[in-house]
Design a protein around this ligand. Sequence first.
Ligand code: ADP
Ligand code: MG
Length: 360
Amino acid sequence: MSVTLVNVTKIFTDHDDKNKEFTAVDNVNIEIKEGEMVTFLGPSGCGKTTTLRIISGFEQQTKGDVYIDGELVNDLPANKRNSSMVFQSYAIFPHLTVAGNIGFGLELKGMKKAEIQVEVDKIMQTMGLSALGSRQPSQLSGGQQQRVALARAIVNKPRVLLFDEPLSNLDAKLRDQMRTEIRRIQQTFGITSIYVTHDQAEAMTVSDRIMVMDKGIIQQLGTPFEIYSRPTNHFVADFIGRANFFSGTVTKLDTEVTLLVNKKEYTFSSFNKDVKKGKSGTIVIRPEGLRITDPSPDAFYNGKVSHAVYLGATMEYEIQVKGKIEPIVAISYNPVLEGFHKVGDEVGISFDSVSAHVIC
Ligand SMILES: Nc1ncnc2c1ncn2[C@@H]1O[C@H](COP(=O)(O)OP(=O)(O)O)[C@@H](O)[C@H]1O
Ligand SMILES: [Mg+2]
């Protein structure tokens, strides 16, 4: 089922001072396709949960329209929208067994006991819970409880699955496992899903598309590749992973863009539409897009290694360049082949144009 938001805005008014207004969600437009998994990603307080609650019907938007499968649901209460939310706290019933928890919604719908058992068995098998059917929630690990919560949501065959930071209570290793599992289950059942997180690695792993938000406003809506490698602005580039920014002046612009940076010209084929000739532009290069060489007049920049950390698989560097406040961050993914540099070494930095993207 598709989910469409048209100009959705949420303005909260202050409890004590009715004249004080706060825009939590600001004119959000998005079309989520049938079977798609979209993540709302952004810092705490940017409006992710509020947007999700508007879709579920737990929150009423101030302006705009919500459609589920083409049907306008603005006036439809939460329990009629047929969306299932998987919360951060698992909210499974402590007095029911695993099977009881999973079958609870079906029982409410008045389904016969024998039919419930068939449905519950099927879902428990798919999700690796078969051996745990008669356990109490207190006898389960965090990851297992999370899986029960997910099974309970899916067994009701919801039109849309909504996740609000479902893994934030789990330890790092389990979180990695569960996010892969959530994605697998979502794809197996083909359920349209919306996933809220502030964790960019999680967003990259589970999403078909990512909607990056800041202060209630969509900053970018795109595939993980577009978000990481073709960020629309400084905020997105900085929020997703690490990025180096080099500003200069746009000297040429046609199918490619040329920038004058550090007294030399560089040409790129990847750039944003709002980049203008004669104006300033910024080259965005990820740490893995930079190469460290011997110092040279031909280098993009020359500088001094101020930090070098050997992580086995990779070597991470910070390089201080004269007149640049922020150090340049570079990662070598094959240090044995590319050579080791130590703190204090004078080095040059270069890049391939294909590894860079230009924003304004
Ligand atoms: N019921 C409410 N009344 C007033 N302000 C709220 C309410 N719910 C959320 N907010 C505010 O709206 C903003 C967005 O909140 P939220 O959607 O929960 O952010 P996120 O999930 O991205 O962390 C925050 O500044 C929050 O304080
Ligand atoms: Mg939230």
